[in-house]
Design a protein around this ligand. Structure first.
Ligand SMILES: *Cc1c(COP(=O)(O)O)cnc(C)c1O
Length: 400
């Protein structure tokens, strides 16, 4: 809520209170789920507090939007039915001939939206390694409208320098969009570093319990807000009030969950590094991570995602992922429970194998979304799964 000044009230307090006040009529402490599509008007075309139809606005959505704006340090937020619906609203502003400089390591669904939907409408894309600021600068054209990046990326957890990218983009009057899904506003606030719009898949850490799909855009510029709110309403990819309630329940504990996600991931990363058969561990908190210093500067913690490469091929990774008992074999991330997946077989299987390998995504890569269970149990689970992943390699190949 705007009356909780972010310069005075700390993140943890705003996570619980921003946008949520006890109901002035009956004192309900929790924001009600306003299951209504329409609102009684005081006179023709005189809606109360601006509420006339729930695609346009709904009080439960308003409460979450104010909460998210406060957490990201923005002036406004807009809720969507999914992270991709939020990206879609941004792209709806563009017209044929417009150009986007995008990261070359984007969430697969974002790449699919760009290449399979918006390219058909005459929007042009250049994909660059956004960890390389000079490459971003070179890719900017007169027709460029956005520099669109993720940091950390999925699954290789590459870190881009948001402030440096914003500097080169703003020098050419281009907007910078940062997908902050992996870091969350608790660990990283792109608007404070110069980004123009932050995008979230609320499905992940902000929801935090793997029980809702939703998205959001957050920013500061009032004219841009007006334009994006127009597309939110005109296109209609809006979320239902119960989904907004679930995300609000998630954001209240974001800081507590993220502290544990970070601590568990760090301990697991260090342990994995000592294990035979593990060729490489990728985690921004490890000193040998190529952007470790940047991550330390730009982020408050290193997050709950980590990857490691098993010696051998995709079979070893698949064997590990099939053998875990606490880590659930599933796509997605950011919930309290630990998940495991094999990018080459699952989330990134649609990328041609050659291109995957060229990007550094090995076939034996395993991705973990480290949850907030007891870390000793997570380590024990990985230990037994590593043991069974090693077994097939010791068995001589059967005659065919
Ligand atoms: C999941 C995800 C998205 C897409 O969000 P949905 O809510 O699934 O539509 C976008 N970006 C990142 C980084 C994601 O992990």
């Amino acid at each position: 809520m705007s009356d909780l000044d972010p310069h005075v009230t700390r993140f943890e307090t705003r996570a619980i209170h921003a946008g949520q006040e006890p109901d002035p009529r009956n004192g309900a402490v929790m924001t009600p789920v306003y299951l209504t599509s329409t609102y009684k008007q005081d006179a023709p075309a005189v809606p109360r507090e601006g509420y006339e139809y729930s695609r346009t606005s709904n009080p439960t959505r308003t409460a979450l939007q104010e909460n998210l704006a406060s957490l990201e340090g923005g002036a406004w937020a807009l809720g969507f039915a999914s992270g991709l619906a939020a990206t879609n609203a941004l792209m709806d502003r563009l017209v044929p001939g417009d150009h986007v400089v995008a990261g070359n390591d984007l969430y697969g669904g974002t790449y699919r939206l760009f290449s399979k939907v918006f390219e058909r409408y005459g929007i042009k894309f250049t994909y660059v390694d956004t960890t390389n600021v000079a490459a971003v600068e070179r890719a900017i054209e007169p027709a460029t409208k956005y520099v669109y990046l993720e940091t950390p990326t999925n699954p290789l957890l590459r870190i881009s320098d948001i402030a440096a990218v914003a500097q080169v983009a703003h020098a050419r009057k281009k907007l910078v969009i940062v997908d902050n899904t992996f870091a969350t506003p608790y660990l990283q606030r792109p608007l404070e570093l110069g980004a123009d719009v932050v995008l979230h898949s609320l499905t992940k850490y902000l929801g935090g319990h793997s029980d809702v799909v939703a998205g959001a855009l957050i920013g500061n510029d009032a004219a841009l807000h007006k334009e994006l709110a127009f597309f939110q309403n005109a296109v209609g990819g809006t979320p239902g009030p119960f989904d907004m309630f679930l995300v609000m329940r998630g954001t209240k504990t974001l800081h507590v969950r993220m502290d544990r996600h970070c601590a568990n991931a760090m301990q697991l990363a260090r342990w994995l590094e000592t294990q035979p058969g593990v060729a490489r561990v990728i985690y921004p908190g490890l000193p040998h991570h190529p952007q470790h210093e940047l991550a330390k500067r730009q982020m408050k913690g290193f997050g709950g995602m980590l990857c490691f490469e098993l010696q051998g091929d995709v079979a070893a990774a698949n064997a590990f992922a099939s053998a875990t008992k606490i880590f659930t074999l599933a796509e997605s991330l950011g919930g309290v429970e630990s998940l495991v997946e094999v990018p080459a077989s699952m989330t990134h299987a649609s990328i041609p194998a050659e291109m995957r390998r060229a990007q550094g995504l090995a076939d034996g890569l395993v991705r973990l979304s480290v949850g907030i269970e007891h870390v000793d149990d997570l380590i024990a689970d990985c230990a037994q799964a590593l043991e069974s992943a090693r077994k097939p390699a010791r068995t001589p190949a059967k005659a065919r």
